[in-house]
Ligand binder design. Sequence first.
Ligand SMILES: Nc1ncnc2c1ncn2[C@@H]1O[C@H](COP(=O)(O)OP(=O)(O)O)[C@@H](O)[C@H]1O
Ligand SMILES: [Mg+2]
Length: 426
Amino acid sequence: MKVLIVGSGGREHTIAWKVAQSPLVDKIYCAPGNAGIAQFAECVPIGAMEIEKLADFAASNAVDLTVIGMDDPLVAGVVDAFEAKGLRVFGPRKNAAILEGSKAFSKDLMKKYNIPTAGYETFEDPEAAIHYLENEAEFPIVLKADGLALGKGVLICNTLEEAKDGVKAIMLDKQFGSAGNRMVIEEFMTGREVSVLSFVDGKTIRIMTSAQDHKRAKDGDQGLNTGGMGTFSPSPFYTPEVDEFCHQYIYQATVDAMKTEGREFKGIIFFGLMLTPKGPRVLEYNARFGDPEAQVVIPRMKNDIVEVFEACIDGRLDQIDLEFEDNAAVCVVLASDGYPVSYKKGLPISGLESFDGKDGYYVFHAGTKFADDGATVLTNGGRVLGIVAKGADLKQARANAYEATQWVRFENKYMRNDIGRAIDEI
Ligand SMILES: Nc1ncnc2c1ncn2[C@@H]1O[C@H](COP(=O)(O)OP(=O)(O)O)[C@@H](O)[C@H]1O
Ligand SMILES: [Mg+2]
């Protein structure tokens, strides 16, 4: 098979690395890819949002399967464009990717089908939102821009003043662009967060092992929100009781609801859960692998991922049993100091070869490119590398991952030092 992977981050590197292990595959393309992916795939300079170009490339190069890593092209309809050309592609169509693309849609779906989530109201008029805040809201309260906002469209507001400023930022100043044409105002919940990824074939859902991410830039969950500074898997807080509750009230219910709505979902559903005192609640859905959740979940997966992708597309996921290793993995993101605000790019990276042949240690590239010499690897983003290690348990995996962070050097290298710290509490 020839497989095309769309995206350029650590998630896509991890997917490509796993696809490369499949005996079914003899050629991998990645668009646009990065310097890590280029070690075993042919990177083609087509952007993830150049949908027609991607489909043309797949058609003219006889690509057998395309896997979409990122949210924006899915929400924009990349899967529909591929299908229109008769191409096989893994991911939800536009009418199903809306599960991630519109928070108002997903909240309405959960309400209609009794899937546990925070209470909320939806607004299209900023005046009405402010009226609601002044008269009915309890604080803290959560404001969410409806559309995709690079993980920055959620504001937690402690006072009425903050919330009014938030409405202004989202709906009037359009800080998140058209994502703020609509807004969800939601009840504030408390509890631990867990991410659960799943494969879905339209009717059957198969849950992967759990994970937890660290969104803030600095130790102790301080600083600005980022794309993610690290992850660990499994989450010790995702107990058998939580799993049973979610199977009963959340997972299949979501898949069935989408089917009933005429929006059959095929692809990955990422359940962002909060384990509240009243039980698990859905914070949000994503329609693709998490980044950097993929980096700790996929290396623990025993199945041939290409077989699972194919089973999802063909609607025979019921014949697949997912299997995960009975161990743990930790990912520590190496960023460029100053991320997520401003940071230098183009700095040379050394030590990457230290990972060669080291079982259970991985370096997944998030933002890298080759220098003009075609050999030196340079930083090319705020998040540069994901250092991943496995271990018999979370503590061992964490120790291994932090050890491996020392193998790589670049100027302005920055990381959090407390990834997985929460596991010390249990
Ligand atoms: N109702 C809520 N109560 C408390 N915290 C919330 C609530 N909704 C979201 N959050 C916090 O905000 C983060 C981002 O919200 P989320 O809905 O996942 O949107 P996105 O990932 O698109 O930014 C969550 O991971 C959680 O920490
Ligand atoms: Mg989220």
